[in-house]
Ligand binder design. Structure first.
Ligand code: NAD
Ligand code: USQ
Length: 382
């Protein structure tokens, strides 16, 4: 299948591009490399030293024999996107290419506007490009579990059956996102649903939980193929961040009470979920939603697990509750459905002690790269 992986230079996109290429798909990466620019803006970095995209794909060709084509450009430049669609004629478009940090979107007005412009307009351009140049192409869009927020009822997969004043309907599940970033994903979902309805586009919204880990079988084949890992207070996400904190003997930073519960999955499952979606395309006009996670944990429980494994590995670290820089529920009900990907064949890689140990060892190997000043959170919601 001819597959475009937009955002293929990023944390989820790079291993997905390699995995799909290994499975025999004809993969093209589209990326404007802006994630590397955010690192410069924030004076931050990936824990692992990542090669340029050019060197990455050249090494992949050498080790696998497979070519991954690259187009460096912005989804918001429609002339560029049009040309990519004309040349590639994609059968599936995997869309990772958005600004994905909640704290980054909350820095100030400019970052909020940038996040929503980049994400919502970029996605709208992709919808138009599919309509105009590849109407059969299946859009596989990365959404987020955070679109739902933390309601006091079970979270369904995209839709909920409602009975109101004696009548019934199946409606989009209510959205209560917790940042301007998460809101951008909700806006995307609405635009995609509408485009499916009016133009007959086929789309799958993958409402992904927090991704942890970094290695996949493919990224391990050569040091030049290594994936990026974020640890800082802006782009670092809960579990990976805690493990990197432990590697340098920093306190593990639990925000507030730590009762916040979130859905998680291993990067090895991210790549497989995208493959499952590609192999089982949505019908024409269908807007399908899959909840893409395998387990959920409270932040406090994760912190304690990391502390325990770190101790076994000889690293003493404290779990420290610090003032929550975000405005969010810290003590809430959480029960989310995730059966659709499982029904289509996902076999989860669950969070074992060995998985934590493996990520920790990679963090320790690279710990001299961690910039201490970037570890504590610096952005507040207030
Ligand atoms: P990332 O920042 O590492 O990668 C995103 C990539 O997209 C980067 O390489 C960036 O340069 C590129 N990009 C951004 N805007 C672009 C644009 N306008 N045009 C072209 N390229 C652009 O992020 P990630 O962690 O790999 O996340 C990928 C997707 O998955 C995002 O949409 C994110 O919202 C979603 N997601 C991520 C997680 C997670 O835990 N990392 C969880 C749930 C959902
Ligand atoms: N948290 C801490 N301590 C930290 C960092 C985070 O307690 O040091 C808490 C946060 O307060 C929050 C939870 O951990 O309650 C998750 O925060 P996060 O930064 O790991 O994740 P989040 O901001 O939700 O965003 C990440 C990705 C985003 C993706 C989302 C999936 O950056 O792209 O959409 O996870 S989800 O959470 O399901 O919406």
């Amino acid at each position: 299948m001819r597959i475009i992986v937009a955002g293929g230079d990023g944390f989820c996109g790079w291993p997905t591009a390699l995995y799909l290429s290994k499975q025999g798909h004809d993969v093209t990466i589209v990326d404007n490399l802006v994630r590397r620019e955010y690192d410069e803006e924030l004076h931050s970095n990936s824990v692992t030293p990542i090669a340029s995209l050019e060197d990455r794909v050249a090494k992949w060709k050498e080790v696998s024999g497979n070519e991954i084509k690259t187009y460096i450009g912005d989804l918001n430049h429609y002339d560029f996107l049009r040309e990519v669609f004309r040349q590639v004629e994609p059968e599936a478009f995997v869309h990772f290419a958005e600004q994905r940090s909640a704290p980054y979107s909350m820095i100030d007005r400019e970052h909020a506007v940038y996040t929503q412009t980049n994400n919502v307009m970029g996605n709208l351009n992709v919808l138009y490009a599919i309509k105009e140049f590849a109407p059969e192409c299946h859009l596989i869009k990365l959404g987020t579990m955070g679109e739902y927020g933390t309601p006091n009822i079970d979270i369904e997969e995209g839709y909920i059956e409602v009975e109101h004043k004696g009548r019934k309907d199946t409606l989009p599940y209510p959205k209560q996102p917790g940042s301007f970033y998460h809101l951008s994903k909700v806006h995307d979902s609405h635009n995609i649903m509408f485009a499916c309805k009016i133009w007959g586009i086929r789309a799958t919204d993958l409402n992904q939980g927090i991704v942890y880990g970094l290695h996949t079988d493919e990224t391990k084949l050569d040091p030049l193929l290594v994936n990026r890992v974020d640890y800082d207070g802006v782009f670092g996400t809960a579990l990976n961040r805690f493990i990197n904190q432990a590697a340098i003997g920093h306190d593990i930073t639990v925000y507030g009470s730590g009762g916040q519960t979130r859905a998680f999955l291993n990067i090895e499952d991210t790549v497989r979920c995208v493959e499952i979606a590609a192999e089982n395309p949505a019908d024409k006009g269908e807007f399908r939603v899959f909840n893409q996670f395998t387990e959920w944990f409270s932040v406090q429980d994760l912190a304690e697990r990391v502390q325990k494994i770190a101790k076994e590995e000889g690293f003493e670290t404290e779990v420290k509750k610090i003032e929550n820089p975000r405005i969010e529920n810290e003590d809430h009900y959480y029960n989310a459905v995730n059966t659709k990907l499982r029904d289509l064949g996902l076999e989860p890689h669950l969070l074992t002690d060995d998985v934590i140990r493996d990520i920790l060892r990679t963090a320790v190997e690279n710990k001299d790269r961690i910039i201490q000043e970037n570890v504590l959170p610096s952005i507040t919601w207030k």
